[in-house]
Design a protein around this ligand. Structure first.
Ligand SMILES: NC(=O)c1ccc[n+]([C@@H]2O[C@H](COP(=O)([O-])OP(=O)(O)OC[C@H]3O[C@@H](n4cnc5c(N)ncnc54)[C@H](OP(=O)(O)O)[C@@H]3O)[C@@H](O)[C@H]2O)c1
Length: 319
């Protein structure tokens, strides 16, 4: 399950995973931009480029693609980098699953991001919501209005057309279970290149990871620090003991574990100090990786996979 612990630190930080079902290589260390504040999104994105991150994830639903685009432009200019030096992903929201909505949604995202192509476009969740301008359509009882008139495969075929037309290098799925992924994988003409799901030592998603490895799909873990929630993986006694032993922070231990087990990851940091810390990871020894694999706590932190409605399950969180 776990890849060679002999990876050198610098290799871990700059590791790129070739996309078997798409163009190019995805940097294993990714920066997520799910930050509610627009100004902080802009500065955090720019800081992350300076820290060394070359992989950026956003979504139509986060409502900050414009600020991510500005942060990226500023970050590239300040660090003498070109568009080709970074890998950018965004996601199709649930209200745009109808095939005729896919390309307009994609073009609108590109426009907000100030980009001419995307490296990766994901279907944000497998749940289709009633089409329209309201991202969260609800009935009079407050229940989500789902769209039963479109299947995930219909949407996938429209995503394949974007690749055919050279608009993005790869396509994939997010917030999907293995049960939902299998039929799309089987039927797809262009196979999913990446699957993005919640994963950390409390939710290792081992069966999905094995499937992805077998089929050449990159498993992209979100919330690798358990979304910073406390209690959570950052305060787990196994993680803090390993951190003390190897002279790294708990966050660095969690991120190294994720990369060394063969996943790519998305971590978010509002401050430059955290994004520098999160890029500065080093390989863990094999015994530490095994100890983390033996953690028995199981906890899902985000319920989106069950409903299509985003949101971390409220609980005590660090300041
Ligand atoms: N597909 C989906 O449905 C979905 C759902 C959720 C997230 N995502 C994606 O995944 C990304 C990552 O998710 P996430 O935000 O849950 O990631 P995360 O990295 O697990 O958690 C981020 C939290 O950890 C804190 N943190 C960051 N670095 C730290 C450090 N070195 N020490 C202590 N705390 C630290 C952050 O605080 P500071 O900001 O103060 O640094 C923030 O509160 C998102 O931005 C988004 O792109 C996708």
């Amino acid at each position: 399950m776990t890849e060679s612990p002999e990876l050198q630190s610098s290799e871990l930080r700059t590791k790129r995973i070739p996309l078997r079902h798409g163009a190019g290589q995805i940097p294993a260390l990714g920066f997520g931009t799910l930050i509610p504040d627009a100004a902080i999104t802009r500065s955090a994105t720019k800081d992350a480029v300076a820290s060394g991150f070359r992989h950026f994830d956003t979504a139509e639903r986060y409502l900050t693609e414009r600020e991510v685009g500005e942060g990226l432009q500023a970050g590239l200019a300040a660090n003498g980098l070109a568009r080709e030096d970074i890998f950018v992903t965004t996601k199709l929201w649930n209200t745009h699953h109808r095939p005729e909505c896919v390309e307009p949604a994609f073009e609108a995202s590109l426009d907000r991001l100030q980009l001419t192509y995307l490296d990766l476009y994901l279907i944000h969740t497998p749940f289709a919501f009633q089409p329209g301008d309201d991202f969260d359509p609800r009935d009079e009882n407050g229940n989500v209005i789902y769209d039963r008139g479109v299947t995930l495969l219909d949407t996938w075929k429209a995503m394949e057309s974007l690749v055919d037309r050279g608009k993005c290098g790869a396509i994939g799925l997010s917030d999907i279970t293995l049960k939902e992924l299998r039929p799309v994988y089987e039927a797809a003409r262009i196979k999913p290149a990446v699957v993005q799901v919640e994963a950390h030592p409390y939710l290792p998603e081992t069966e999905l990871l094995e499937f992805c490895k077998e089929k050449g799909i990159v498993f992209l873990a979100f919330a690798p620090l358990g979304h910073g929630m406390k209690p959570g993986p950052l305060e787990d006694p196994v993680i803090t003991a390993i951190a003390a032993r190897v002279g790294k922070s708990p966050a660095q231990v969690l991120l190294a574990w994720a990369v060394q087990r063969g996943t790519a990851l998305l971590t978010t940091a509002r401050s430059a100090a955290h994004s520098q810390e999160n890029f500065n990871i080093s390989a863990l020894p094999a015994d530490a990786l095994e100890e983390i694999n033996r953690i028995e706590v199981r906890q899902r932190l985000n319920d989106v996979v069950n409903t299509g409605s985003p949101g971390f399950i409220p609980r005590a969180k660090s300041a």
